[in-house]
Design a binder for this molecule. Structure first.
Ligand code: F6R
Length: 344
């Protein structure tokens, strides 16, 4: 049923998040906590960058400090001593992230590191940067809890977010635990929406649309999970921007490929946040349904953290079930490994 262990990791994700929210920080002496932080940059790639995306969503909502996620070798030139740079790499050996932390050091930025080890852990210890060491040994994309929650607790420690998260974290964990029960492998397909969606997507190219705000980040995570776990092409975009260009692709999308399927990530609150978006989703759905099936996945919970993580977690189940339907190994990342080896 689970020959490669990814489903097991997905089922353990709520426990991972609970553990991650309590991981100890080594504060070091390299970062002066007296310096005023005016900007935050999270630098990382792939599965390790996603935690930064989540942090950005929370910072956008609660402020006061803007967060930029840097998925590149070099940091922007405006990074200076009033910038907090969080270097996030699960393996600790990703060359782009190692280059970026050099930039951060040169710019005399405040530096914090989240990793399971590797060169990044050595650098953090030697330079006495603040660091959180998370448990290693699993694919980075399955370690999002480990890579994200320490970032949140570090920002809380330094009072860089105008919000208390204790209640939100509890709500998030209980929703994740409930989803694990409802979407787990023991729940038969006729009662399991994740298995149903995986079946519906078999043989199709998924296009995932977020209906504004944090759903854009989550749509990208869905796309990446289909790429990495399922080994299929998938695309994502976000409204309202999609309505100003990509919407036109649906006029004759079928001539390029006849087998698209669209997933809309929805939120129970979007009606209150912005009723215009709800109308946009309705009209966009009506247009796409002329040529492709459209499915909806609804976020759960009250807090932004819970709504974000519930949508992310559903993607884990759907992408792994779909991998099993295709008969591919969800843990395999042979092409990424090949590329890293060729560049070594
Ligand atoms: C593999 C995965 C990748 C890695 C990326 C960066 O599971 O998710 O996207 O996250 O290659 O490596 P790390 O996370 O070790 O810095």
């Amino acid at each position: 049923r689970d020959p490669h262990g990814m489903l097991d990791l997905v089922l353990k994700f709520p426990a991972q998040c609970r553990e991650a929210a309590n991981i100890t920080w080594h504060y070091g002496v390299g970062a002066s906590e007296a310096v005023e932080i005016r900007r935050i940059v999270v630098t990382g790639l792939g599965g390790s960058a996603i935690g930064g995306d989540f942090l950005r969503c929370l910072a956008d909502e609660y402020g006061p400090i803007p967060v930029l996620v840097n998925r590149d070798y070099h940091l922007p030139h405006w990074v200076n001593r009033n910038t907090l740079v969080i270097a996030a790499s699960y393996s600790g050996n990703t060359e782009e992230t190692l280059q970026a932390i050099r930039d951060a050091s040169r710019a005399e930025a405040q530096i914090a590191v989240v990793t399971s080890g590797g060169k990044l852990a050595d650098i953090a210890k030697q330079a006495s940067y603040a660091y959180a060491l998370v448990p290693g040994g699993q694919p980075p994309r399955s370690a999002t809890g480990y890579m994200f929650f320490p970032q949140l607790t570090y920002l809380a420690h330094r009072s860089l977010l105008r919000h208390q998260f204790e209640h939100d974290i509890e709500e998030t964990l209980s929703i994740l635990e409930s989803l694990a029960k409802r979407l787990g492998p023991d729940v038969p397909t006729d009662q399991n929406p994740a298995k149903q969606l995986a079946r519906a997507l078999y043989g199709k190219i998924p296009v995932i649309y977020g209906s504004q705000g944090y759903r854009g980040v989550v749509a990208y995570r869905w796309k990446s999970q289909f790429n990495e776990n399922t080994k299929i092409a998938a695309f994502s975009n976000v409204l309202p921007e999609q309505n100003h260009n990509e919407i036109l692709a649906w006029v004759q999308a079928q001539k390029q490929a006849p087998n698209w399927a669209v997933i809309f990530l929805r939120d129970p609150n979007e009606r209150f946040e912005n009723p215009r978006i709800v109308r946009r989703v309705e009209v966009t759905t009506e247009l796409i349904r002329r040529v492709a099936p459209v499915y909806e996945v609804l976020a759960e919970g009250e807090s932004l953290l819970a709504r974000l993580f519930s949508l992310v977690y559903i993607a884990d189940f759907v992408s792994v079930y779909l991998a099993y339907l295709y008969g591919v190994c969800p843990t395999d990342i042979s092409y990424i490994d090949y590329l890293k080896a060729e560049l070594a």
